[in-house]
Design a binder for this molecule. Structure first.
Ligand code: F6P
Length: 321
């Protein structure tokens, strides 16, 4: 393969720029030409496609967001949308495409593959909810951002002897809540993958207060319910501690990527180019037990599901006594 393209799609994630940089630099190192596609699949269909060179990705590795912009583009779920996108790629002489994004973006890459156009998916989402990889680009940064917020909230919670319900992102996955919760010493972590018992949570809050504990931090994954709804449930169950809700929201999607996310992005980007250079498409790259892997994208999406590490849930329960 001599000419490839790269796009970012869906919710942005810190480290996407580092991944684009890796794709561009590795492709040039391998003697290939590389094009950028703005606004994900929307830009593909609109033909918003332009050449990238070494300098285009200079000064990008440390930046959050994505300089190729991103979009959610449901039209790409249709056959017409997919074929229009492939037409545009072919018009530019592009033979393969690297798609950096989350679940929806992977489905787009799977459709390109089904139409016989080589696509390689790189997992880029703060949610860490993609099958076929232990970690996605942006997850580590988002966890650290959430953790920083939890540490700050604990300060003010202690001063005022308050309970905080901290709502974190993650869509249907509890990974951000689990990691930020364990690292932040949360009293409870509430995730979609595990039932919760509001009475048990109440008992724990009351026992803590009796022991003289000045703060309670409950980390709640957005996939369970909203922070206020959860605080209301606590109140109904008899919570009489002064309670506040903090919704961390999109702050978790921005900021400079951590070293771990930059290294992961660099590895994924370079690996995706190696695969396309060998003419291999229809693959999802990932990392499992610290080894790079490339899996059939159709099989990955159809037959596999992401699993949160529930040992962290138990660990937190054991430690937050
Ligand atoms: O998938 C990333 C994510 O940030 C989720 O955690 C969140 O539920 C969603 O995107 C928010 O989407 P939007 O940016 O479209 O509001």
């Amino acid at each position: 393969m001599k000419r490839i393209a790269v796009l970012t799609s869906g919710g942005d994630a810190p480290g996407m720029n580092a991944a684009v940089r890796a794709v561009v630099r590795k492709a040039i190192t391998e003697g290939m030409e590389v094009f950028g596609i703005n606004y994900g699949y929307a830009g593909m269909v609109a033909g918003d496609i332009f050449p990238l060179d070494i300098a285009s990705v200079g000064d990008k590795i440390a930046r959050g967001g994505t300089f190729l912009y991103s979009a959610r583009y449901p039209e790409f779920a249709t056959r017409e949308g997919q074929l229009a996108g492939i037409d545009q790629l072919k018009k530019h002489g592009i033979e393969g495409v690297v798609v950096i994004g989350g679940d929806g973006s992977y489905h787009g890459a799977m459709r390109l593959t089904e139409h016989g156009f080589p696509a390689v998916g790189i997992p880029g989402t703060i949610d860490n909810d993609i099958p076929g990889t232990d970690y996605t680009i942006g997850f580590d940064t988002a966890v650290n951002t959430a953790l920083d917020a939890i540490d700050r909230l604990r300060d003010t919670a202690t001063s005022h002897v308050r309970t905080f319900v901290v709502e974190v992102m993650g869509r249907g996955a509890g990974d951000i809540a689990l990691w930020a919760g364990v690292a932040g010493g949360a009293d409870d972590i509430i995730i979609p993958e595990h039932d919760f018992d509001i009475k048990e949570i109440m008992t724990r809050i009351e026992a803590g207060r009796k022991r003289g504990k000045k703060h309670t931090i409950i980390v709640l994954a957005e996939g369970v319910m909203g922070g206020q709804e959860f605080a209301d449930k606590l109140k109904e169950a008899g919570n009489d501690t002064d309670t506040r809700v903090s919704i961390l929201g999109h702050v978790q999607r921005g900021g400079m990527p951590t070293a771990r996310d930059r290294v992961l992005a660099s590895k994924f980007g370079a690996y995706a180019v190696e695969l396309l250079k060998e003419g291999r498409g229809g693959l999802a790259v990932g990392i499992e037990k610290e080894e790079l892997v490339a899996k059939d994208i159709i099989d990955t999406l159809t037959n596999h599901k992401h699993k949160a590490d529930l040992s962290l849930y138990q660990l937190n329960a054991d430690l937050s006594i």
